[in-house]
Design a protein. Structure first.
Lengths: 116, 113
């Protein structure tokens, strides 16, 4: 069975400090990977997606970056946090390729980020 | 402009009641439509999806949804809700790219015991 693990569970950081959030998927090779951001009580905004190692596409510009250093790992980071970065960050995976099989997202349990 | 609209921010029903959560979309061409559930403070879980064929699709835990092209809708229904169904429900739409899904604003369902 596939599992998805996000770390850390929660972070409290100061404005201007760096950030690194991680996500690991086990039991599935070559998944599509995604980062989503959710404001408190809000909808989900897709930030990045990756279909293969070393290749990441940005969906929105929020002064964040993402990398996929390994097939099963997806990293979200920034060198300088803003207050607006606060929220809930969700990593997700789907089957590779396009079409019906790729349209189902499997989410991690999320990271709650508070920027002060 | 592609949009996914969930007109009801909150819905409250009694346990055992039926419920319908509404989703309307504005997309051209063929799309995939999905519903997800999010319990408080947790990640989202997939409930069901539609692309083609029978417009009524069955999902987990007794949920079903019906696609209507004429109404541009994909409403989620359950015949008899349980208190554990209390959560936020998100409708999502995507084109056949497998890389981008647009989510609605969510509907918070509260089931009163």
């Amino acid at each position: 069975a596939q599992t998805i693990h996000q770390w850390p569970v929660a972070e409290i950081k100061a404005v201007g400090s760096p950030l690194s959030l991680g996500c690991t998927i086990k039991g599935k090779s070559s998944p599509n990977l995604y980062w989503y951001w959710q404001a408190t009580g809000g909808t989900l905004q897709q930030l990045f997606y990756s279909i293969t190692v070393g290749q990441v596409e940005s969906v929105v510009q929020l002064n964040l970056s993402a990398s996929r250093p390994k097939d099963d790992q997806f990293i979200l980071s920034t060198e300088k946090l803003l207050l607006s970065h606060s929220g809930f960050y969700l990593c997700a995976w789907s089957l590779e390729g396009g079409g019906a099989s790729a349209e189902t997202l499997y989410f991690g349990s999320g990271t709650r980020l508070t920027v002060l | 402009t592609q949009t996914v609209s969930q007109s009801d921010a909150h819905v409250t029903v009694f346990e055992g009641d039926s419920v319908e959560l509404r989703c309307n979309y504005s997309y051209g061409g063929s799309i995939y439509l999905s519903w997800y559930i999010q319990h408080h403070g947790r990640g989202l879980q997939f409930l069901l999806k539609y692309y083609s064929g029978n417009p009524v699709v069955q999902g987990v835990n007794g949920f079903e949804a019906e696609f209507s092209k004429s109404d541009s809708s994909f409403h989620l229904r359950k015949a008899s809700v349980h208190w554990s169904d209390s959560a936020v429900y998100f409708c999502a739409a995507s084109k056949n790219s497998g890389t981008y899904q647009r989510f609605g604003t969510g509907t918070k369902l509260q089931v009163v015991p």
